[in-house]
Design a protein around this ligand. Structure first.
Ligand SMILES: C[S@@+](CC[C@H](N)C(=O)[O-])C[C@H]1O[C@@H](n2cnc3c(N)ncnc32)[C@H](O)[C@@H]1O
Length: 270
């Protein structure tokens, strides 16, 4: 967080893939919650994320166009206006926007964006190699309806997404933090649902999936407790975005280990 307490979206900034996103740059790796209530600031783990040469070259070429670092300014640069991302300018068209939180290597992001080319998808991830894999896939598959933000999704939602602007938020297999003393690190908490509900437009969809039964209950209670959201059965109700998703490697592994997947979907009340 900068001295002015505001996040600034900087397209292309951080083009060096080895630039670490450090504590003190708005991404707090210590335990605790964000300044604005009980929002988790520590839902992600440190991961090694060196890029291959090919990924690095692709990153250097494509990140300035498709990527954005969610970086605070320090010292504050008054010339850079804080505030929401201008999705229409970034994508070059006016279309419904879906935010995917914790996109990992982007398998679901890509497949779902291909299924719905009329949707603008923004993938938010901390993990640099995952974003680089997605960038390579965008180029290989000639997909133009995905943009990427490297940063903490909570700060992105707080500072870069305007209220009532999203048609959907996707969170697939968020880290379950199974130990009780780590539950406060879980991304999907009541405060996160309140923030998501505020950023959705009426009728907008929250779609979460997890293979951890304890976390599934926690997510269900958190989402059901949010007065702005109502649980929906996609089989019986038309939704503004697709809730089909591909089976990822992560999910296949979880299933082999005996876990079943819980799918949870809410709609913002009109
Ligand atoms: C278990 S992985 C799942 C990845 C992917 N959704 C999938 O289904 O394969 C969780 C991902 O969420 C990311 N993540 C966790 N907390 C995050 C946060 N606050 N902001 C952005 N990404 C986050 C992690 O870096 C990790 O890649």
């Amino acid at each position: 967080m900068g001295h002015d307490g505001q996040m600034h979206a900087q397209p292309g900034l951080g083009a060096d893939p080895d630039t670490p996103v450090k504590s003190g740059q708005g991404l707090d790796h210590g335990a605790g919650s964000s300044a604005s209530g009980n929002l988790p600031s520590t839902s992600f783990r440190s991961r090694r994320s060196a890029l291959s040469n090919a990924q690095r070259q692709t990153w250097e070429r494509l990140w300035p166009r498709f990527g954005m670092m969610a970086l605070p300014q320090s010292p504050p640069a008054q010339s850079v206006p804080p505030g929401p991302v201008d999705a229409q300018a970034w994508f070059g068209r006016d279309a419904p926007v879906v935010l995917e939180i914790g996109s990992g290597s982007g398998t679901s992001t890509l497949a779902m964006a291909q299924l719905e080319p009329h949707i603008n998808v923004i993938a938010v991830e901390i993990y640099r190699r995952g974003l680089a894999q997605l960038l390579c896939a965008l180029e290989r598959e000639k997909v133009d309806n995905i943009r990427l933000i490297r940063g903490n999704a909570v700060t992105v939602l707080e500072h870069l997404i305007a209220p009532g602007s999203l048609h959907g938020v996707r969170v697939f297999f968020p880290d379950p933090w199974p130990k009780a003393r780590h539950h406060k690190r879980r991304l999907l908490q009541p405060a996160t649902f309140a923030l998501i509900a505020d950023r959705l437009r009426p009728g907008g969809v929250v779609h979460a999936a997890t293979d951890h039964s304890g976390y599934a209950e926690h997510i269900a209670d958190s989402g059901d407790g949010q007065p702005g959201l109502v649980r929906v059965d996609p089989g019986t109700e038309p939704l503004p975005i697709s809730v089909w998703r591909p089976t990822t490697k992560y999910e296949t592994k979880a299933q082999h280990e005996g876990s079943s997947v819980t799918e949870l979907i809410w709609k913002k009340r009109s």
